[in-house]
Design a protein around this ligand. Structure first.
Ligand code: HEC
Ligand code: HEC
Ligand code: HEC
Ligand code: HEC
Ligand code: HEC
Ligand code: HEC
Ligand code: HEC
Length: 335
């Protein structure tokens, strides 16, 4: 703790004041240490440097423009990158596949530009090709998810052209329901997946010749629509909740969507079994409750004023803090 501001004594000599200042310094240092450790352990997970291979492709695909050598004139020329082919480097860095080179998934022939035309049609691996039957990922239950997905209205109506990647961008995907501790982040991340297509005619038409219904009209019966869409996931109303999967993947036809207010606005809210399921998990494992408490978003509708819950959350907070500290100490001593 070399950075302790020892020279900042205020010139008052009253002993009692000195003690309190010492205490203050101590508290400040401990606090700074905790912050440092937390930020270090978060950073080391989230923004590892990208692989050389990825950086090479990103010189073109990471920007709105790219530069190429024109063989006819011998000069460098700047061109606009097709916006659909731009890879968002920030999101790539936080995705589950961030350690990958682009050519771990794409053909190595992409290393030359102009890219060969037939590469457009290269077959790409699906989630199940890599994750199916692999015990390392057992906790995610890929096979069960696949089964559920094949019962969903999307697969039934659009067939094979509706792949997992239509919702999960392999470049950016991160399991927020499992890793995030703020409800609003989870909700907006999840709903963006649905809206990327339901609010985008071009992407919608890739999988269907149907009309794309206007969501604001379809949900006109729901009061405070915007507020609801910020606080509940689309899948809350549109899937069958399962106890054994973290995220239900069976999107039901619209006739089966939840429309009854009491499903959520009651002490026995269904949200406990779905959206807030992850927090129950986290509470048990002692992780992540920190953020929930700080954000004060760990409520169930109508239940956030219960004092016993507050006490419980403070206890979890303290336990989580201790966990973080211990964890970091181990990490540091291992390096
Ligand atoms: C010199 C710039 C440049 C570099 C370097 C580059 N690309 Fe491209 N890439 C492009 C441009 C421009 C396109 C748009 C289509 C075209 O012009 O061929 C493209 C298109 C693509 C496509 C979409 C093809 C389609 O039509 O669906 C993929 C996938 C791709 N590149 C992957 C890669 C990978 C992987 C690498 C690194 C190994 C890479 N690119 C390196 C410029 C580049
Ligand atoms: C984990 C596998 C994986 C990695 C790693 C990966 N891609 Fe892709 N990429 C895919 C898949 C799958 C698609 C097709 C998506 C679809 O059809 O919905 C795709 C599509 C693309 C496209 C076409 C536009 C689009 O988004 O559909 C471009 C361009 C592209 N990738 C570039 C890159 C670059 C550049 C990198 C490295 C920085 C990279 N990819 C790394 C799996 C990957
Ligand atoms: C080309 C093979 C490949 C494809 C395709 C692929 N993955 Fe992965 N995925 C991996 C590998 C390898 C890792 C481990 C990466 C690491 O440890 O850095 C991984 C990591 C993950 C993780 C994190 C696991 C953990 O607990 O650390 C998740 C979740 C995941 N992938 C989901 C998906 C989903 C969803 C899809 C389809 C949209 C998909 N993957 C497609 C190979 C793949
Ligand atoms: C209609 C959109 C959609 C489709 C299609 C889809 N998913 Fe998901 N998936 C989601 C959403 C939404 C989540 C929750 C994301 C989050 O917050 O973690 C999710 C979460 C997951 C998770 C993480 C679950 C966990 O336990 O944390 C995995 C793994 C996964 N999906 C795999 C797949 C696979 C494999 C397929 C194809 C068979 C697929 N998904 C198809 C929307 C979809
Ligand atoms: C509070 C529950 C609720 C939420 C949240 C919700 N929906 Fe719905 N949704 C419904 C109900 C109920 C219907 C059926 C309405 C009807 O048939 O009149 C419906 C209908 C739909 C339809 C069918 C449109 C048609 O007529 O073909 C789509 C698509 C849809 N919702 C997508 C979404 C998306 C995407 C989100 C998230 C942004 C979402 N919904 C959020 C309850 C909900
Ligand atoms: C890649 C595009 C795409 C994505 C992503 C997508 N959908 Fe859809 N969805 C469609 C299409 C296309 C249809 C219409 C199917 C048809 O009638 O052929 C549809 C239909 C629906 C319906 C209406 C079913 C009915 O009975 O008519 C609901 C509800 C729905 N989607 C919810 C969702 C939710 C929730 C998500 C996110 C978890 C989501 N969708 C993600 C393309 C998408
Ligand atoms: C899928 C769960 C769900 C369903 C179904 C649902 N709501 Fe909500 N509702 C919520 C959530 C979550 C909030 C945000 C609560 C908050 O901000 O504290 C909310 C907020 C509200 C609010 C605003 C309350 C405030 O404090 O400002 C009203 C009013 C409301 N809902 C009415 C309804 C009505 C009427 C229905 C039935 C037509 C309905 N809701 C259906 C989950 C739901």
């Amino acid at each position: 703790m070399a950075g302790s501001p020892a020279g900042t004594s205020s010139g008052f000599d009253t002993p009692s004041f000195l003690i309190s200042e010492k205490m203050l310094n101590l508290i400040r240092n401990v606090f700074a240490f905790v912050l440092l450790v937390v930020s270090l352990s978060v950073n080391s997970q989230e923004s590892r440097p990208l692989s050389e291979g990825a950086l090479h492709c990103l010189t073109c695909h990471g920007n709105q423009t790219y530069t190429l050598q024109n063989p006819w004139t011998g000069q460098e020329e700047k061109r606009l990158m097709n916006p659909y082919f731009i890879i968002d480097t920030t999101h790539y860095r936080t995705g589950v596949h961030r350690t990958f080179s682009c050519t771990d998934c794409h053909a190595t022939d992409y290393e030359t530009y102009p890219h060969a035309a037939e590469l457009k049609l290269e077959p790409l691996s699906t989630c199940l090709d890599c994750h199916g039957g692999d015990d390392t990922y057992a906790k995610y239950q890929f096979e069960r998810i696949d089964e559920e997905f094949q019962k969903s209205v999307h697969f039934v109506k659009s067939g094979e052209s509706f792949t997992c990647s239509k919702c999960h961008n392999q470049h950016y995907y991160k399991p927020t329901a499992r890793t995030s501790s703020t409800v609003s982040e989870i909700v907006s991340y999840n709903n963006a997946m649905c809206l990327s297509c339901h609010n985008n005619l071009a992407r919608f038409q890739l999988v269907s010749d149907q009309q794309n219904p206007v969501l604001a009209q379809v949900h006109a019966w729901l009061p405070n629509q915007e507020l609801h869409f910020r606080n509940v996931r689309c899948i809350e109303c549109h899937t069958q909740v399962t106890d054994t999967l973290m995220v239900s993947h069976n999107i039901l036809s619209k006739e089966h969507a939840v429309q009854k207010c009491v499903e959520c606005h009651s002490s026995n809210s269904m949200l406990k079994a779905s959206l807030y399921k992850y927090q129950n998990l986290q509470a048990r494992s002692g992780k992540g409750a920190l953020g929930a408490v700080l954000q004060n978003e760990s409520y169930l509708i109508g239940a956030n004023q219960v004092p016993a819950l507050k006490l419980l959350s403070i206890l979890i907070f303290v336990a989580a803090l201790a966990g973080v500290l211990l964890h970091s100490v181990f990490r540091f001593t291992k390096k």
